[in-house]
Design a protein around this ligand. Structure first.
Ligand code: SF4
Length: 215
């Protein structure tokens, strides 16, 4: 995939949706894809979209979410979506790992006070993409990807850079994305309403304003 280029001192932005289109057009058959998912609402649009092209298993790995009750609530929503939406070619049971915030606590040390979008988030993206790639490589998936770029708060360029780096390390194919394009984010809101999903009001580690976490 091409990289951002400089033209007259300006960095030309990549249209990641077009890059996704190119990849999807070049696919043969329906390869297996392990889809990292942060929550049911964000995965709703991505599953609707990608299930036309891949056989998909959802990988729910989010040690950044706290408290544990919130992690479990989002997981239950993820399962509810898979059960009720059941897109063709998508496994109805996600892969889940026991709740363990320790890896996230380690990478956020010293960065706790940063706002969303800074260095802590880059490390958080990498933590989750690395684990997804590790699982995908160990279980024979050809492709992996994440739902994260559906959020307007997430940096698609950073996610894609980390995704490709991780893919190289594990010998996998990473599906480039910016799922918020083509009204992906709006579609995720509509689908969340349709399936009665809980939509959280904070990303995972810190609630808005840095106040108390939900009880
Ligand atoms: S704001 Fe979200 S992406 Fe950023 S570190 Fe916290 S949980 Fe991770």
């Amino acid at each position: 995939m091409k990289q951002p280029t400089e033209s007259g001192g300006k960095v030309e932005k990549i249209n990641y949706q077009k890059e996704t289109d190119k990849v999807l057009e070049s696919l043969c058959g329906r390869p297996g894809l392990l889809l990292h998912s942060c929550c049911g609402p964000c995965s709703s649009y991505v599953l609707e979209y990608l299930s036309r092209f891949f056989d998909i298993k959802v990988f729910y790995y989010n040690p950044n979410i706290r408290p544990e009750e919130e992690y479990k609530r989002r997981l239950e929503n993820q399962k509810k979506l898979l059960r009720e939406m059941h897109p063709e070619g998508v496994c109805p049971e996600p892969v889940t790992l026991p709740y363990d915030p320790a890896p996230f606590e380690e990478i956020e040390r010293g960065l706790e006070d940063l706002p969303e979008g800074g260095e802590r988030c880059l490390k958080c993206y990498r933590l989750r993409l690395e684990k997804t790639a590790e699982y995908a490589a160990a279980h024979g998936y050809e492709w992996f990807c994440t739902t994260l770029s559906v959020s307007p708060h997430k940096d698609a360029a950073a996610l894609n850079r980390i995704g490709f780096e991780t893919a190289g390390k594990y010998g996998l194919k990473y599906l480039v994305s910016d799922f918020k394009k083509r009204s992906g984010y709006l579609r995720s809101i509509r689908l969340s309403e349709q399936y009665g999903l809980y939509r959280q009001n904070y990303c995972g580690c810190t609630p808005p304003g840095g106040g108390d976490l939900p009880q």
